[in-house]
Design a protein around this ligand. Structure first.
Ligand code: NAD
Length: 371
C-alpha cells in the first residue's frame, strides 16, 4: 500500500495542500496511508487532532518525508537528502521559476506540478490555478474596498447621493471574471479589458462593459491562454487604458501570460492621473506586474494612489483556499492512481503535470520555455 505525506508550508503561507476533510476520502476511497506533518493545517484552522480524527498520523517533518511515498505540498521548498524514491506533487510554477527544478534533478525523484495541468473539462476538478485565481480575484476587490477612501455602491441618503466606485479590471480570465462579479455585487460600475475576444461575451454576461483594442494576436494552440502582443499593440492598448485608468477609482490588474513577464499596461503617468485615494491591486506582481510602479508583496503609496502588489491574495483566505486545494489534490490523486494502476501510457492529465521523472526533465511544455 502506498502512503501519502501532507507537508506544512515553509514560507509563511498559511494554506495547507490537503485539509482533514479530505484525509478520510484519501484513506477510504483511494486506499492510501496518510502521514501529516505537525501543525500542517494550524494556520488554516485545522488542528493535528482533526487530522488524527480523520485517520492520519502526525509526525515531525523529516519523518513524514522519510515515511511517505508521495509527498503533497503547495510551494517549492529546499529538499533534504533522500535515501529512497519519492514522488512530489505540488505547485512550483516551473514555467516561470525554472531554477526551482534544479532541486528535483536527482534519480530518486519524480515531480508533478499541478499548475501545468491542461485546461480541459476533464482536468477542471483538479485545476489549482482556477481555484486560486478565482479566490484571488474575489479577495482583490475586498482588499481594494478596504484600502480605498470611498465606498463601492451608490448611496442615496438624506445628505445627498454618493456615486458608485468605477472599477476597471485588466485581464478577464478566471481572476478577472471573479473580480468583476464581486465588484458588481458590491454595486460598483465595472469595465474590463482583455486581448482575447472570447472574454468579451463573459464580461458582458456579468453586466460589465468590455473595452477592446483591435488587432490583438490570438493563438488557438495556446490552450485558451493569451499570447504575447506586439509592442505596437501594447502601446495602443496603454493609450486607451490611460484614459480609463484616469477615470477609475479602483483598478484590478490580472493580465498574465503563462511563463512570461506580465504585460505592462499601466504606466506611471496613468497612475498620476488617478484621483487621490484611488487603489490599484496588481495580481500579476509576481511576474513583474501590470503596473509600472507595483512592488511584489508590498503596498506602496504613489502620490496618494495605493498600489497593492500581490499575486497570492488567496493566501489571505486560507481556510477556503485549503478547502479548494484539498478537492483539487484529491481529484488529481484519484486520477493519478487510476492511470498508474491501469498502466495507461500517454494520459494528457498525468503527462501534462509530470515535470521530472527519475531526475530528468521530461515535460515538453517546460522544455519549450527553456529554449
Ligand atoms: P491567465 O492568468 O494566464 O491570464 C489572465 C487574463 O489576462 C487572461 O484572460 C488573458 O487573456 C489576459 N491577458 C493577457 N495579456 C493581456 C493584455 N496584454 N491585456 C489584457 N489582458 C491580457 O489566464 P487564466 O485566467 O488562468 O485563464 C485563461 C483562459 O483559460 C481563459 O480563457 C479561461 O476561460 C480558460 N480556462 C479554461 C479552463 C478549463 O477549460 N478547464 C480552466 C481555467 C481557465
Amino acid at each position: 500500500m502506498q502512503s501519502i505525506g501532507i507537508l506544512k508550508e515553509q514560507n509563511g503561507d498559511p494554506r495547507v495542500c490537503v485539509g482533514p476533510m479530505t484525509v478520510g476520502k484519501i484513506i477510504k476511497d483511494l486506499g492510501f496511508t496518510v502521514y501529516t506533518e505537525q501543525s500542517a493545517g494550524s494556520q488554516s484552522g485545522f488542528s493535528d487532532e482533526d487530522y488524527i480524527s480523520a485517520g492520519a498520523t502526525v509526525h515531525e517533518r523529516n519523518e513524514v518525508i522519510n515515511k511517505a511515498d508521495i509527498l503533497l505540498f503547495i510551494n517549492h521548498f529546499r529538499l533534504p537528502h533522500l535515501d529512497a524514491s519519492k514522488t512530489f506533487i505540488g505547485i512550483v510554477n516551473p514555467l516561470f521559476h525554472y531554477n526551482h527544478l534544479m532541486d528535483y534533478m536527482k534519480p530518486e525523484i519524480n515531480l508533478f506540478s499541478l499548475d501545468l495541468l491542461p485546461r480541459t473539462t476533464k482536468a477542471q476538478s483538479m485545476d489549482v490555478l482556477s481555484s486560486m485565481a478565482s479566490l484571488s480575484g474575489y479577495k482583490a476587490v475586498i482588499k481594494a474596498a478596504e484600502v480605498s477612501n470611498t465606498v463601492m455602491p451608490m448611496f442615496t441618503t438624506a445628505a445627498g447621493t454618493i456615486r458608485p466606485a468605477k472599477v476597471l479590471v485588466l485581464g478577464a480570465g478566471v481572476a478577472g471574471l471573479q473580480a468583476i462579479a464581486t465588484a458588481k455585487r458590491l454595486g460598483a460600475v465595472v469595465e474590463a479589458f482583455d486581448v482575447r475576444k472570447a472574454a468579451g461575451e463573459e464580461v458582458r454576461s456579468l453586466g460589465a462593459k468590455f473595452i477592446e483594442v483591435e488587432g490583438a494576436t490570438e493563438n488557438k494552440d495556446a490552450g485558451g491562454y493569451a499570447v504575447e502582443q506586439s509592442e505596437d499593440y501594447l502601446q495602443k492598448q496603454r493609450e486607451l487604458i490611460h484614459k480609463h485608468v484616469s477615470e477609475a477609482t479602483i483598478v484590478i490588474a490580472t493580465a498574465n501570460i503563462p511563463g512570461k513577464k506580465a504585460p505592462l499596461l499601466v504606466r506611471t503617468e496613468s497612475v498620476e492621473k488617478m484621483k487621490f485615494g484611488s487603489v490599484i491591486v496588481d495580481l500579476a506582481s509576481e511576474q513583474g506586474g501590470n503596473c509600472e510602479l507595483s512592488q511584489d508583496e508590498k503596498i506602496i503609496n504613489h502620490k496618494g494612489v495605493k498600489i497593492v502588489g500581490s499575486s497570492f491574495l488567496a493566501r489571505e483566505i486560507p481556510a477556503t483556499s485549503s478547502q479548494m486545494l484539498s478537492g483539487n489534490f484529491f481529484n488529481f490523486l484519484k486520477h493519478f492512481k487510476l492511470i498508474e494502476e491501469g498502466e495507461v501510457q500517454n494520459d494528457p492529465i498525468v503527462d501534462g503535470a509530470l515535470v521530472v521523472k527519475e531526475g530528468k526533465l521530461v515535460n515538453e511544455r517546460v522544455k519549450s520555455f527553456l529554449i
